[in-house]
Design a protein around this ligand. Sequence first.
Ligand SMILES: *Cc1c(COP(=O)(O)O)cnc(C)c1O
Length: 384
Amino acid sequence: MRSQDLSAALLELQQQHRFRQRHIVETPQSCAMIIEGKRYIAFASNDYLGLANHPQLIEAAREAMLRWGVGGGASHLVAGHFAIHQEAEEALAAFCGREAALLFSSGYAANQAVITSLVGRGDAVFADKLNHASLNDACLLSRATFRRFRHNDLQQLEQLLASTPARTRLIAVDAVYSMDGDEAPLKKLQDLADKYDAWLYIDDAHGFGVLGDGRGSAVEQGLHGERLIYMATLGKAAGVAGAFVAASSQLIAWLVNTARSYIFTTAQPPALAAAVLASLRLMADEPWRRHRLQQSVSRLREGLSEVNFPLMASRTPIQPIIIGRNEQALLLAAQLKERGFWVPAIRPPTVPEGTARLRLTLSAAHTQDQLEALLDCMVQAMQP
Ligand SMILES: *Cc1c(COP(=O)(O)O)cnc(C)c1O
């Protein structure tokens, strides 16, 4: 892109209803937010358990800041690996039933770390078509042969695995698909990984904290083994920031030694590791959050199906409504916004062309009244 072409390119984005803008949020993350001066009931965040603004997380971070300061100051391998990071890693590994865990500053960095340090030129990576963009970027960066199979199509995946000449193979999937809310068939994927001697890498950004008593999709489905690598982010249900990879001790040692997005970046602020520990305690001690979330998912689906909104096959807090055309999705989101509901319209390239949607997300913090109000409003918005 040359500088003299920018204005025409931006105009084109606008004409395609693809131009994106940020909106200034004036309150903490919650279900009732003030955005650009107006109060909304929000169905838009990935703070599924309502922990992002929880007093215990705030207190843990505050105390840790007094103890450890603010900045990490250096990378983990130089002088930035604090005792509190270590403690959080051990707690995360134990929580997920794995030998070891490694903290990252973001899920984006964690995906890059795992994939680029395990596969390279001459190897092969097999990825679901609907995988998160950060996984796709990591696959491209790895320079391995990058084969994408149709969403959840295990037959196609098996054909690809059976015919690959690559010695090192890696299957990468989202456990819960971020824009659809449906799930990968993890058990069957593990069988294929075992049969074809491939790594199975699971990105559980949206399952951790929510599924398997909070311990995530892999625990829920009883997956284990040396070939299984589990990743989850800590900025969603955990309510903090960053991510972790949980796997065998050997695999973690390999990442520490070879993953460029781990080695060449500053350690996450230590106070965040303390907040992660507080979050893990709440996930374990307060199962009511997940129960309430599940009730809201059921109620929302029931209410929307009564008025014939097309629902996706999702039992997770991600409940998208496919609209189709970009401007249609934007219009519906604008109508909801007008009535005080913050619901994002998701458009290409985040989702495939022609599948623009409203992406409703639920939180344990939503009240029954908030949910009923949204349902009433959705019904009204559909009236001609
Ligand atoms: C959000 C997300 C990521 C990125 O995690 P960040 O910590 O936000 O960088 C990776 N994978 C999936 C599936 C996600 O939804």
